[in-house]
Design a protein. Structure first.
Length: 172
């Protein structure tokens, strides 16, 4: 008997305050994971067992990581997780390095201790309504790079998704 990795798609988005909205499991409700309190499931409260909730809310990466762990726990359905993949848009005001560090803090001492968090940064891209040119943004200035118009639509950069999990699967 040996183990191999199986990747599963999760398809989960976050609302503006970082709480998870599990699309296929909660029919649009943003209540995280059903069934018992965070403490009963072994999850730290808002990323901190100390109860210092005010500090946890001030650093929204901790809240996001707590939600990511809940999503992964539910999607894995008891199977061991090796890696969690997420997409983070440039416009979401999430610092990827802070997110990775927060992940380590949130999952310490939980079933996800040691699970890798893979962050894919999605660039901010706008499309001009006047000339249809797409412009990649480094700064949040929504002006067409070709004609200078401010009549633009965001094409990418608002993403905050858990995209997939790598699960360890026993094979006989």
């Amino acid at each position: 008997m040996h183990q191999h990795l199986e990747t599963i798609a999760v398809q989960t988005r976050f609302d503006d305050i970082g709480e998870a909205c599990v699309l296929e499991h909660t029919a649009g409700e943003c209540d995280g994971v059903e069934g018992g309190s965070d403490r009963e499931r072994g999850w730290p409260r808002r990323g901190l067992d100390s109860g210092n909730v005010v500090w946890a809310r001030a650093v929204h990466e901790l809240s996001i990581c707590t939600s990511i762990a809940k999503i992964a726990h539910q999607a894995a359905a008891g199977r061991p997780v090796e890696r969690v993949r997420i997409d983070v848009g440039h416009l979401r005001q999430v610092v990827p390095d802070t997110l990775r560090h927060s992940w380590e803090m949130v999952v310490f001492g939980t079933p996800f201790d040691g699970v890798a968090l893979e962050v894919r940064e999605v660039p901010a891209v706008i499309e001009c309504r006047c000339c249809r040119t797409r412009t990649r943004l480094d700064d949040p200035i929504f002006r067409c790079g070709a004609c200078g118009s401010t009549e633009t639509d965001v094409v990418s950069g608002n993403e905050l998704f858990v995209t997939s999990l790598d699960l360890s699967v026993e094979v006989s």
